[in-house]
Design a binder for this molecule. Sequence first.
Ligand code: F6R
Length: 628
Amino acid sequence: MCGIVGYIGTQTATEILISGLERLEYRGYDSAGVATVSEGKIQCVKAKGKLYNLREKLEREVNHSQIGIGHTRWATHGKPEEHNAHPHLDTLEGIAVVQNGIIENYRELREELIQQGTEFTSETDTEVIPHLIAQCLHGSDLSLLDAVRQTIPRLKGAFAIAVISAERPYELIVARQQAPIILGFGQGEFFCASDITALLPHTRAVLSLDNGEMARMTPLGVEIYSFAGDRLSKFPRTLDWNPVQVEKQGFRHYMLKEIYEQPAVVRTCLESYLNPNWHADEQPDFSPVNLGLTAHLCDNLEHIQILACGTSWHASLVGKYLLEQLANIPTTVDYASEFRYSPKPLIPNTLTIGVTQSGETADTIAALEAERARRENLEPKLQAKLLGITNRPESTLAQVVDRLINTQAGIEIGVAATKTFVAQVMGFYFLALDLAYRRQTLSNQRIGEIIEGLRGIPPQIEKIIETQADYIEELAHDFTQETEDFIFIGRGINFPIALEGALKLKEISYIHAEAYPAGEMKHGPIALLDHKVPVVAIAMPGSVYEKVISNAQEAKARDARLIGVTSAMNAQEAAHTFNDVLTVPGVEELISPILAVVPLQMLAYHIAAIKGLDVDQPRNLAKSVTVE
Ligand code: F6R
């Protein structure tokens, strides 16, 4: 979604702003703009569409300004047109503002300003902000910082803003109210951005503002204040990220690179969380998994509730299966956006888990906050225990939960989640094993077997990529012209994988796809089937293998083209049922989701790539969904 970049220092601002915005492109946007200050005037340049349109416009002008703010906009209020792109200016063009998030009371503010004679040039919620700041400054000797501070209490909603002024070309003000903004510290130059990726080429010394904090950035340094006006003492931390991590490294798309990174991600998970000294036959008196979870979070649990959206919700469904089957804890999974407005009855000793790859999803963060709030001041067993699962430990999620599991997937650039999904599922294996050990719901021997299964995953994913890539790419050609619908089916622990396969396909190829528990087909969806609707069946050996095969046969009898995802051991037999077989190494059913998802990611990728679509930035989608 929207991205903010700001710069103040000794270099030409526009180049830094535009390259910063390019690093935020993956978040999704439909227009962009920058504002700088030179010779006492704000220069504001905006363009609809991709950033090269903005770059082209900027190249037509000479601009040596050393201060500026930039923005990529993902339309919420008002169409994706140039006049709605940020930055927005006040009437006298003395103040420029970029904003992420939403100003919920903008209509009242706009009405009030219009009655006072203000003319608006956009339909956005943001434009009220520069007008309000300018009003505060008018005829007063307030500093820019104070004018912004006086404006903020008038704004309702979740937002982050960056502000510059024509009259004060030596300062940039930023403020955070529930939308991320991170400061970067260079030598005589300072940066701000809504996402660390924009800062990585310049500095690794960063500081995330907390809610209710603002900063005044000048070429001499950064001062941090609370909204109440108190000066705060905060120190930057050093990131251990390497800018190369966010390069394409020769791959055609980030999504493909990220699919190929999955074995390495799983290896890192295993190294980070499995206790190497734990051996099942030595009767160890410590957990096989080291997630650093406290007894307060884990002991006496009666219920787990998981809150997530999209792909993270699918990973959570696998998690539910694992937590119930391995640790014997009743578990519910809710869409965070639904839970917010229809919370479940309070159950004592509940662990609430928020799962999000961006760590910023507004619905997930708000649902967790609401859960904390409604349990406050209740008796101890009803109080909130919040755990987060994410690959972005620096994100807002970390500020909301009691404890975080870092899934070790690192940053993901492709909008379609791949490696972060696999890493979230790994997080759930570890959590379920840790809880199973603590609650003694599994024997050490069984825990040892599952761990061995998990250790086998990295080379098994490598094998899928090695043996299936060409075949899947060739198969993909068959679905790029006339196919308009796909059905995915699976059962048990692999039903969420059917959901994920369908989501991946629709997100990036724009082919309509639905997923059903295989046994549900005959209760309605089977009516959709004919020779034009391919059916992908996840048929991994285990408790429901025969059932899935029968359900697939029912689809075949309606002329559907059948694509099976199954184990190499069953491939020959499966060839009797399926028209096309995508094979993965044979593993026990419990481990199979992580392998079964890989060919589905590859199928979606190749269909979209052959269609020539923007795989990494599919239309209308954003990597970080920071609005409701
Ligand atoms: C799918 C995808 C989205 C996200 C969803 C939640 O490929 O990426 O469905 O999973 O928007 O995002 P996070 O995980 O950041 O909370």
